[in-house]
Write a protein that binds this ligand. Structure first.
Ligand SMILES: [Zn+2]
Length: 379
């Protein structure tokens, strides 16, 4: 049976068919582990619809795509989504041969977050056909490296983007996420002196030193968790996720390190996260704290902000009701909020489908997302 696809469905199928997996710092190479091909496709797609777009490359093969649609409107909306996906190891469907079954499109990235990309692109190019109806200028931004270090969004923010408010596309099931946590990750190392394990008194055990560090962190994590919760996001958290140390059982270990994952509330900064941990470890010896290798802020947009109210109106028109909520995961929206662009998270698909072995997007939500964004842009 041949399925006749709508324009946004075939656009999504095209996007899914172009691998854009994030190498995630694991040394993977090859065309399918960059965002170059999908960025080129998006530029070509926009060109066919008379929209000029440019590539901004922050690393070889890792560009962002940027396009402005000016309508002489008083304000500008940022429509943003990420170009990259997680890898396709262990998938039980064809990751890059989009398959439509039971009203769903299956493939890597269909839900996270090429569905949002397709909806934003389709709604934008439709609105270009009748620019007089546009109530906002549009800044389209598609970024690389969201799944690993948020480097594309950070690069775009550093280069300077101008918008009055924004929507970052992620699978929210067409709900508005107006607040989410941030994340900071870093390592702490302890140093000791190696010796034969038959003479432990001649050495200094880095694992014993680390156990004291971990003990204090565990107490601190419990305190953090018990503090007054944020009304939407609950408590911040801290978790020691990795520990590594020692070379052999007959050697007193001279080195040990841990990796910490700290989920932050919107008002917390990298510094306000690290300072209390440093003073917590005061009095312990031979530890060293590394600079964070990842730090993305949380965000909160006021419930009555213009972006929340007008997006909610469009969702209500299309879906009948609207949900505004908070989320635990971090997104690019934290970066745009930090540079003064109130940005909410919104898109088709369910986060429960993201990164899974048989990822799919419900096509009904995709067409509703196009309707919602079109209404948002024109009414
Ligand atoms: Zn995503």
């Amino acid at each position: 049976m041949t399925t006749i696809m709508t324009p946004v469905e075939s656009l999504l199928a095209d996007l899914v068919a172009i691998p854009s997996m994030n190498p995630m710092g694991r040394g993977r190479t090859g065309k399918e582990y960059t965002e170059q091909a999908i960025a080129d496709y998006v530029v070509g797609y926009l060109k066919r619809h008379f929209v000029d777009a440019e590539l901004q490359e922050h690393l070889p093969g890792r560009p962002n795509v940027l396009a402005t649609i000016s309508a002489g409107a008083p304000d500008t909306v940022l429509l943003e989504a990420h170009l990259d996906t997680v890898h396709a190891d262990g998938m039980i469907i064809e990751p890059f041969k989009p398959d439509v079954r039971d009203g769903k499109l299956f493939g890597r990235g269909s839900c996270d977050t090429k569905g949002s990309m397709a909806a934003f692109l389709q709604a934008a190019v439709e609105s270009v056909k009748s620019p007089k109806q546009l109530r906002h200028n549009i800044l389209l931004l598609f970024v690389s490296d969201e799944e690993y270090k948020f480097a594309g969004a950070q690069f775009a923010a550093r280069r300077g983007i101008r918008a009055d408010f924004g929507i970052a596309g992620e699978p929210t099931q067409l709900k508005i996420v107006r607040a989410h946590k941030g994340v900071t990750r870093w390592k702490i190392a302890t140093r000791g002196v190696a010796a034969h394990s038959a003479y432990p008194e001649r050495g200094k055990n880095a694992i014993y030193s680390m156990s004291k560090v971990i003990g204090r962190l565990e107490e601190y994590a419990a305190k953090l968790y018990a503090a007054d919760p944020h009304p939407v996001l609950g408590s911040p958290s801290l978790s020691v996720g990795v520990v590594e140390g020692g070379q052999a059982v007959n050697v007193v270990p001279d080195r040990c390190w841990i990796e910490i994952d700290r989920r932050t509330l919107p008002n917390e900064t990298t510094e306000s996260v690290l300072t209390p941990v440093k003073s917590l470890l005061d009095g312990l010896n031979d530890w060293e704290m590394k600079e964070p290798h990842l730090s993305v802020g949380g965000m909160e947009v006021a419930a009555n902000a213009p972006i929340v109210r007008s997006l909610a109106r469009s969702i209500k028109d299309v879906c009948g009701d609207v949900v505004v909520e908070g989320a635990q995961y971090a997104t690019d929206a934290g970066i745009y909020n930090a540079v003064g662009i109130p940005t909410v998270v919104f898109g088709p698909g369910d986060i429960a489908q993201a990164h899974t072995e048989s990822e799919y997007l419900e096509l009904h939500q995709l067409s509703q997302a196009v309707d919602i964004i079109r209404r948002f842009l024109t009414t």
